[in-house]
Design a protein. Structure first.
Ligand code: E4P
Length: 221
């Protein structure tokens, strides 16, 4: 499974990249707008920090077909590989996904709210499909829709990967890992909540205390 970080916070990316096997980073216009940095600075920071084999996903801002295509070419030209354009699955977006794939660009279909939207983007050749899990849960069974999407792609033998997005808690991620999700993109806080069980530190403190009490030191030898 690919573990992707959904953030423009470079400090958080560096911290988690040191701790975990991070496949790449996703952003969207809201994430970059809230970062407090200029878009060029955010994107430049990601390109400078991430290894060439780590993936970067940047979303189009324009919403018409021509604007999306212009920005898709720009985004995918920022570095030679592992650069993906995120395109929302509007009508113009679906056209742009087809056209971008015809030009050989890496494409993530985003702002997906149903398994059917995602499936159509897969038919158009999108490399990744990003269902917005938590937002989908506001309309019904978001997890169930994504589980169905995984099955739909498998039975129809479509190669698009599902990169589940818009997570608000670790349990949502857990359920989709169990269902065989190919990729997740998670905010740093959700990633940390998956590795920061308080019991672990309590256990380590207890080992140290017991060892020190018995042997008068905190090292093995
Ligand atoms: C996905 O790539 C999006 O950036 C993101 O997950 C949207 O999540 P939100 O619902 O927190 O805005």
């Amino acid at each position: 499974m690919e573990l992707i970080l959904d953030t423009a916070d470079l400090d958080a990316i560096k911290e988690l990249d040191g701790l975990l096997d991070v496949t790449g980073v996703t952003t969207n216009p809201s994430i970059i707008a809230k970062s407090g940095h200029a878009p060029e600075e955010v994107i430049g920071g990601l390109v400078d920090y991430l290894r060439p084999d780590q993936k970067i996903f940047i979303q189009t801002v324009q919403t018409d077909f021509d604007g999306m295509m212009e920005e898709a070419r720009h985004i995918c030209g920022i570095r030679p590989e592992n650069m993906y354009v995120k395109i929302p699955v509007t009508h113009d977006g679906l056209r742009a996904i087809k056209a971008a794939k015809a030009e050989g660009l890496g494409v993530l279909a985003t702002a997906i709210y149903s398994a059917d939207e995602a499936f159509m983007a897969a038919m158009n050749g999108a490399d990744y499909l990003a269902p917005y899990v938590n937002r989908m849960c506001n309309y019904g069974d978001g997890i169930g829709q994504v589980v169905e999407l995984i099955e739909m792609l498998a039975v129809q033998d479509l190669p698009s990967k599902v990169v589940a997005a818009s997570f608000k808690n670790a349990d949502q991620v857990h359920q989709l890992i169990l269902a065989g999700i190919q990729a997740v993109t998670v905010p740093p806080a959700v990633a940390l909540s998956m590795i920061d069980h308080p019991g672990t530190q309590i256990a380590v403190d207890e080992f140290t205390t017991n060892w020190k009490t018995a042997f008068g030191r905190t090292t093995l030898a």
